[in-house]
Write a protein that binds this ligand. Structure first.
Ligand code: ADE
Ligand code: ZN
Length: 336
Protein backbone atom coordinates (compact mmCIF):
# COMPACT_ATOMS: atom_id res chain seq x y z
CA UNK A 1 0.00 0.00 0.00
CA UNK A 2 2.84 2.42 0.78
CA UNK A 3 4.25 2.02 -2.72
CA UNK A 4 0.81 2.59 -4.26
CA UNK A 5 0.10 5.65 -2.10
CA UNK A 6 3.47 7.15 -2.92
CA UNK A 7 2.86 6.73 -6.66
CA UNK A 8 -0.75 7.99 -6.42
CA UNK A 9 -0.83 11.46 -8.06
CA UNK A 10 -2.09 13.62 -5.22
CA UNK A 11 -3.42 17.16 -4.99
CA UNK A 12 -3.12 18.87 -1.64
CA UNK A 13 -5.81 21.51 -1.29
CA UNK A 14 -5.15 22.60 2.29
CA UNK A 15 -1.59 23.44 3.23
CA UNK A 16 -0.21 26.39 5.18
CA UNK A 17 3.27 27.08 3.84
CA UNK A 18 4.32 28.51 7.22
CA UNK A 19 3.25 25.18 8.74
CA UNK A 20 5.85 23.34 6.68
CA UNK A 21 8.73 24.92 8.61
CA UNK A 22 10.70 21.89 9.78
CA UNK A 23 12.85 22.35 12.92
CA UNK A 24 16.07 21.91 10.88
CA UNK A 25 15.18 24.84 8.63
CA UNK A 26 13.98 26.86 11.65
CA UNK A 27 17.43 26.53 13.22
CA UNK A 28 19.18 27.29 9.93
CA UNK A 29 17.12 30.46 9.33
CA UNK A 30 17.48 31.57 12.96
CA UNK A 31 21.25 31.43 12.57
CA UNK A 32 21.15 33.20 9.19
CA UNK A 33 19.03 36.02 10.63
CA UNK A 34 20.74 36.08 14.06
CA UNK A 35 17.55 35.27 15.91
CA UNK A 36 17.62 33.47 19.25
CA UNK A 37 15.16 30.60 19.41
CA UNK A 38 13.42 29.49 22.58
CA UNK A 39 14.56 25.95 21.79
CA UNK A 40 18.09 24.66 22.46
CA UNK A 41 17.82 21.80 19.98
CA UNK A 42 15.45 19.80 17.80
CA UNK A 43 14.51 17.50 20.68
CA UNK A 44 13.16 20.48 22.60
CA UNK A 45 11.12 21.49 19.56
CA UNK A 46 9.61 18.04 19.29
CA UNK A 47 8.88 18.10 23.02
CA UNK A 48 7.03 21.41 22.59
CA UNK A 49 4.92 20.13 19.68
CA UNK A 50 2.36 18.37 21.89
CA UNK A 51 -0.82 20.32 21.53
CA UNK A 52 -3.99 20.11 23.58
CA UNK A 53 -5.98 22.41 21.29
CA UNK A 54 -5.78 24.74 18.29
CA UNK A 55 -4.65 27.83 20.23
CA UNK A 56 -1.69 26.02 21.77
CA UNK A 57 -0.53 25.10 18.27
CA UNK A 58 -1.16 28.59 16.89
CA UNK A 59 1.04 30.14 19.60
CA UNK A 60 4.03 28.05 18.45
CA UNK A 61 3.13 28.41 14.77
CA UNK A 62 3.24 32.23 14.95
CA UNK A 63 6.39 32.11 17.09
CA UNK A 64 8.14 29.74 14.68
CA UNK A 65 7.62 32.03 11.72
CA UNK A 66 9.71 34.79 13.37
CA UNK A 67 12.71 33.26 11.56
CA UNK A 68 11.14 34.17 8.17
CA UNK A 69 12.50 37.63 7.36
CA UNK A 70 13.80 37.95 3.80
CA UNK A 71 12.50 36.92 0.36
CA UNK A 72 15.18 34.21 0.39
CA UNK A 73 13.74 32.78 3.63
CA UNK A 74 10.27 32.46 2.11
CA UNK A 75 11.76 31.00 -1.05
CA UNK A 76 13.72 28.39 0.92
CA UNK A 77 10.71 27.53 3.07
CA UNK A 78 8.52 26.88 0.04
CA UNK A 79 11.15 25.07 -2.07
CA UNK A 80 12.01 22.80 0.87
CA UNK A 81 8.38 21.75 1.10
CA UNK A 82 7.80 21.47 -2.64
CA UNK A 83 10.71 19.03 -2.96
CA UNK A 84 9.48 16.92 -0.04
CA UNK A 85 5.91 16.94 -1.35
CA UNK A 86 6.98 15.84 -4.83
CA UNK A 87 8.91 12.95 -3.26
CA UNK A 88 5.59 11.89 -1.73
CA UNK A 89 3.79 11.97 -5.08
CA UNK A 90 2.10 15.36 -4.63
CA UNK A 91 1.52 16.95 -8.06
CA UNK A 92 -0.46 20.02 -7.08
CA UNK A 93 -0.68 22.20 -3.97
CA UNK A 94 -3.17 24.93 -3.09
CA UNK A 95 -1.02 26.84 -0.66
CA UNK A 96 -2.32 29.12 2.07
CA UNK A 97 -0.05 31.86 3.32
CA UNK A 98 -0.64 34.31 6.19
CA UNK A 99 0.59 37.83 5.20
CA UNK A 100 -0.77 39.54 8.34
CA UNK A 101 1.44 37.37 10.54
CA UNK A 102 4.47 38.72 8.66
CA UNK A 103 3.41 42.33 8.11
CA UNK A 104 2.73 42.79 11.82
CA UNK A 105 6.36 41.74 12.49
CA UNK A 106 7.65 44.36 10.08
CA UNK A 107 8.19 42.03 7.10
CA UNK A 108 6.83 43.76 3.97
CA UNK A 109 4.23 41.97 1.86
CA UNK A 110 6.61 42.40 -1.10
CA UNK A 111 9.26 40.23 0.62
CA UNK A 112 6.74 37.47 1.29
CA UNK A 113 5.42 37.55 -2.27
CA UNK A 114 8.82 37.80 -3.95
CA UNK A 115 10.06 34.73 -2.08
CA UNK A 116 6.93 32.63 -2.50
CA UNK A 117 6.27 33.53 -6.14
CA UNK A 118 9.90 32.81 -7.05
CA UNK A 119 9.64 29.36 -5.48
CA UNK A 120 6.30 28.66 -7.15
CA UNK A 121 7.73 29.52 -10.58
CA UNK A 122 10.80 27.39 -9.98
CA UNK A 123 8.67 24.44 -8.82
CA UNK A 124 6.38 24.73 -11.84
CA UNK A 125 9.35 24.74 -14.21
CA UNK A 126 11.69 22.26 -12.55
CA UNK A 127 9.56 19.97 -10.39
CA UNK A 128 6.42 19.27 -12.44
CA UNK A 129 4.42 20.69 -9.53
CA UNK A 130 1.53 23.15 -9.94
CA UNK A 131 0.69 25.54 -7.12
CA UNK A 132 -2.40 27.62 -6.36
CA UNK A 133 -2.00 30.59 -4.03
CA UNK A 134 -4.53 31.27 -1.25
CA UNK A 135 -4.00 34.50 0.64
CA UNK A 136 -5.48 33.89 4.07
CA UNK A 137 -6.97 36.43 6.46
CA UNK A 138 -6.47 35.88 10.19
CA UNK A 139 -9.97 35.70 11.66
CA UNK A 140 -8.79 36.67 15.15
CA UNK A 141 -7.44 40.00 13.85
CA UNK A 142 -9.60 43.03 12.96
CA UNK A 143 -11.77 42.85 9.85
CA UNK A 144 -10.42 46.25 8.75
CA UNK A 145 -6.91 44.79 8.70
CA UNK A 146 -8.05 42.03 6.33
CA UNK A 147 -9.78 44.59 4.09
CA UNK A 148 -6.65 46.69 4.00
CA UNK A 149 -4.46 43.67 3.19
CA UNK A 150 -6.64 42.80 0.22
CA UNK A 151 -6.16 46.32 -1.22
CA UNK A 152 -2.47 46.33 -0.35
CA UNK A 153 -2.07 43.13 -2.37
CA UNK A 154 -3.33 44.84 -5.55
CA UNK A 155 -0.09 44.19 -7.48
CA UNK A 156 -0.45 40.46 -6.72
CA UNK A 157 -4.13 39.97 -7.52
CA UNK A 158 -3.23 38.31 -10.84
CA UNK A 159 -1.00 35.83 -8.98
CA UNK A 160 -3.62 34.87 -6.38
CA UNK A 161 -6.19 32.14 -6.95
CA UNK A 162 -8.23 32.57 -3.80
CA UNK A 163 -8.61 34.16 -0.41
CA UNK A 164 -8.97 32.07 2.72
CA UNK A 165 -9.79 32.49 6.41
CA UNK A 166 -7.78 30.83 9.16
CA UNK A 167 -6.35 31.12 12.71
CA UNK A 168 -8.33 30.80 15.97
CA UNK A 169 -11.85 29.69 15.18
CA UNK A 170 -13.96 29.49 18.36
CA UNK A 171 -15.56 32.86 19.07
CA UNK A 172 -14.64 34.23 15.63
CA UNK A 173 -17.60 33.50 13.33
CA UNK A 174 -16.84 33.81 9.61
CA UNK A 175 -19.73 36.18 8.82
CA UNK A 176 -17.75 39.15 10.16
CA UNK A 177 -15.64 38.94 7.00
CA UNK A 178 -18.58 39.04 4.57
CA UNK A 179 -17.62 42.41 3.03
CA UNK A 180 -13.97 41.44 2.54
CA UNK A 181 -14.97 38.18 0.87
CA UNK A 182 -17.51 39.98 -1.31
CA UNK A 183 -14.75 42.31 -2.49
CA UNK A 184 -12.50 39.31 -3.21
CA UNK A 185 -15.35 37.80 -5.23
CA UNK A 186 -15.69 41.03 -7.24
CA UNK A 187 -11.98 40.79 -8.01
CA UNK A 188 -12.55 37.37 -9.51
CA UNK A 189 -10.82 35.49 -6.69
CA UNK A 190 -12.12 32.15 -5.47
CA UNK A 191 -13.03 31.92 -1.78
CA UNK A 192 -12.38 29.25 0.82
CA UNK A 193 -12.55 29.32 4.62
CA UNK A 194 -11.63 27.20 7.60
CA UNK A 195 -14.87 26.28 9.32
CA UNK A 196 -15.99 23.48 11.59
CA UNK A 197 -12.45 22.58 12.60
CA UNK A 198 -12.99 23.13 16.31
CA UNK A 199 -15.76 25.68 15.85
CA UNK A 200 -19.40 24.62 15.47
CA UNK A 201 -21.28 23.34 12.43
CA UNK A 202 -23.08 26.71 12.33
CA UNK A 203 -19.80 28.33 11.21
CA UNK A 204 -19.72 26.03 8.17
CA UNK A 205 -23.21 27.16 7.16
CA UNK A 206 -22.26 30.79 7.80
CA UNK A 207 -19.12 30.49 5.63
CA UNK A 208 -21.23 29.11 2.78
CA UNK A 209 -24.05 31.62 3.11
CA UNK A 210 -22.22 34.81 4.09
CA UNK A 211 -18.76 34.40 2.56
CA UNK A 212 -19.81 32.58 -0.62
CA UNK A 213 -16.99 30.06 -0.23
CA UNK A 214 -16.67 27.23 -2.73
CA UNK A 215 -14.67 24.97 -0.42
CA UNK A 216 -14.61 24.42 3.31
CA UNK A 217 -11.29 23.76 5.02
CA UNK A 218 -11.76 21.02 7.64
CA UNK A 219 -15.55 21.06 8.08
CA UNK A 220 -15.53 17.92 10.21
CA UNK A 221 -17.94 19.40 12.80
CA UNK A 222 -20.66 19.32 10.13
CA UNK A 223 -21.30 15.77 11.28
CA UNK A 224 -23.17 17.13 14.32
CA UNK A 225 -25.82 18.66 12.04
CA UNK A 226 -27.86 16.35 9.76
CA UNK A 227 -29.42 19.18 7.76
CA UNK A 228 -26.02 20.64 7.00
CA UNK A 229 -24.65 17.22 6.02
CA UNK A 230 -27.55 16.82 3.61
CA UNK A 231 -26.82 20.23 2.07
CA UNK A 232 -23.08 19.56 1.75
CA UNK A 233 -23.89 16.23 0.11
CA UNK A 234 -26.41 17.75 -2.29
CA UNK A 235 -24.10 20.60 -3.26
CA UNK A 236 -21.01 18.34 -3.25
CA UNK A 237 -19.06 21.05 -1.44
CA UNK A 238 -15.41 20.09 -1.25
CA UNK A 239 -14.18 19.59 2.31
CA UNK A 240 -10.41 19.64 2.77
CA UNK A 241 -10.01 17.28 5.70
CA UNK A 242 -6.70 16.95 7.56
CA UNK A 243 -6.85 13.83 9.73
CA UNK A 244 -3.41 13.94 11.40
CA UNK A 245 -3.95 17.63 12.16
CA UNK A 246 -7.27 16.89 13.86
CA UNK A 247 -5.71 14.18 16.03
CA UNK A 248 -2.63 16.27 16.82
CA UNK A 249 -4.82 19.18 18.02
CA UNK A 250 -6.97 16.91 20.19
CA UNK A 251 -10.07 17.66 18.10
CA UNK A 252 -10.37 13.93 17.44
CA UNK A 253 -9.04 11.47 20.04
CA UNK A 254 -7.28 9.09 17.68
CA UNK A 255 -7.32 8.16 14.01
CA UNK A 256 -9.74 5.28 14.53
CA UNK A 257 -12.28 7.76 15.94
CA UNK A 258 -11.99 10.20 13.03
CA UNK A 259 -15.29 10.99 11.24
CA UNK A 260 -13.75 10.60 7.75
CA UNK A 261 -15.27 7.16 7.04
CA UNK A 262 -18.69 8.41 8.20
CA UNK A 263 -18.30 11.51 6.05
CA UNK A 264 -17.61 9.38 3.01
CA UNK A 265 -20.53 7.11 3.80
CA UNK A 266 -22.75 10.21 4.03
CA UNK A 267 -21.76 11.02 0.43
CA UNK A 268 -19.68 14.10 1.29
CA UNK A 269 -17.02 15.32 -1.12
CA UNK A 270 -14.00 14.89 1.14
CA UNK A 271 -10.35 15.28 0.19
CA UNK A 272 -7.17 14.63 2.20
CA UNK A 273 -4.57 17.25 3.14
CA UNK A 274 -1.84 17.76 5.73
CA UNK A 275 -2.57 21.34 6.97
CA UNK A 276 0.74 22.00 8.80
CA UNK A 277 2.92 18.94 8.18
CA UNK A 278 5.93 20.11 10.21
CA UNK A 279 3.77 20.41 13.31
CA UNK A 280 1.34 17.52 12.97
CA UNK A 281 3.50 14.48 12.39
CA UNK A 282 3.72 14.24 8.63
CA UNK A 283 2.77 15.25 5.15
CA UNK A 284 0.46 13.86 2.50
CA UNK A 285 1.93 10.38 2.46
CA UNK A 286 1.71 10.03 6.25
CA UNK A 287 -1.89 11.22 6.18
CA UNK A 288 -2.76 8.69 3.48
CA UNK A 289 -0.95 5.89 5.29
CA UNK A 290 -2.66 6.76 8.57
CA UNK A 291 -6.06 6.52 6.82
CA UNK A 292 -5.16 3.20 5.19
CA UNK A 293 -4.18 1.80 8.56
CA UNK A 294 -7.02 3.23 10.64
CA UNK A 295 -9.89 2.76 8.17
CA UNK A 296 -8.67 -0.13 6.02
CA UNK A 297 -9.26 1.93 2.87
CA UNK A 298 -8.26 0.24 -0.38
CA UNK A 299 -6.68 1.53 -3.60
CA UNK A 300 -10.08 2.33 -5.15
CA UNK A 301 -10.95 4.62 -2.24
CA UNK A 302 -7.67 6.51 -2.51
CA UNK A 303 -8.01 6.83 -6.29
CA UNK A 304 -11.44 8.35 -5.76
CA UNK A 305 -10.15 10.77 -3.09
CA UNK A 306 -7.33 11.89 -5.39
CA UNK A 307 -9.76 12.36 -8.23
CA UNK A 308 -11.91 14.63 -6.05
CA UNK A 309 -8.91 16.72 -5.04
CA UNK A 310 -7.50 17.07 -8.56
CA UNK A 311 -10.95 18.00 -9.84
CA UNK A 312 -11.23 20.83 -7.30
CA UNK A 313 -7.66 22.23 -7.27
CA UNK A 314 -6.90 25.76 -8.44
CA UNK A 315 -5.01 24.80 -11.61
CA UNK A 316 -5.34 25.36 -15.35
CA UNK A 317 -7.71 22.93 -17.12
CA UNK A 318 -4.87 21.44 -19.19
CA UNK A 319 -2.96 20.60 -16.01
CA UNK A 320 -6.10 19.06 -14.47
CA UNK A 321 -6.56 16.84 -17.52
CA UNK A 322 -2.90 15.79 -17.36
CA UNK A 323 -3.18 14.82 -13.69
CA UNK A 324 -6.51 13.03 -14.18
CA UNK A 325 -4.87 11.14 -17.05
CA UNK A 326 -2.01 10.03 -14.80
CA UNK A 327 -4.52 8.92 -12.20
CA UNK A 328 -6.38 6.88 -14.83
CA UNK A 329 -3.07 5.30 -15.92
CA UNK A 330 -2.32 4.24 -12.35
CA UNK A 331 -5.85 2.88 -11.91
CA UNK A 332 -5.46 0.85 -15.09
CA UNK A 333 -2.00 -0.41 -14.09
CA UNK A 334 -3.39 -1.46 -10.70
CA UNK A 335 -6.35 -3.22 -12.28
CA UNK A 336 -8.91 -0.79 -10.75
N1 ADE B 1 -3.37 28.23 10.53
C1 ADE B 1 -2.48 27.27 10.30
N2 ADE B 1 -3.01 26.08 10.61
C2 ADE B 1 -4.27 26.30 11.03
C3 ADE B 1 -5.32 25.46 11.47
N3 ADE B 1 -5.19 24.13 11.55
N4 ADE B 1 -6.47 26.03 11.83
C4 ADE B 1 -6.62 27.35 11.77
N5 ADE B 1 -5.67 28.17 11.36
C5 ADE B 1 -4.50 27.66 10.98
ZN1 ZN C 1 -5.59 24.84 7.96
Amino acid sequence: MRHFLQRLPKAELHLHIEGTLEPELMFRLAERNRITLLYADIEQVEEAYRFRHLQEFLNLYYQGMNVLCTPQDFHDLAMDYFIRARDEGVMHIDMHFDPQAHIQRGVPLASVMQGLLGAVRQAEQALDLSVGLIMAFLRDRPVAEAASLLEQARDYWPDLHAVGLDSAESGYPPGRFADVFARAGELGLARVAHAGEEGPAAYVREALDELGVERIDHGIQCMTDDTLVERLRREQTVLTVCPLSNVSLGIVDRMAAHPLPAMREAGLNVTLSSDDPAYFGGGMLSNHLACAEAFGWDATTFLSLSQSAISAGFMPEARRQTLLGRLADLAWASGK
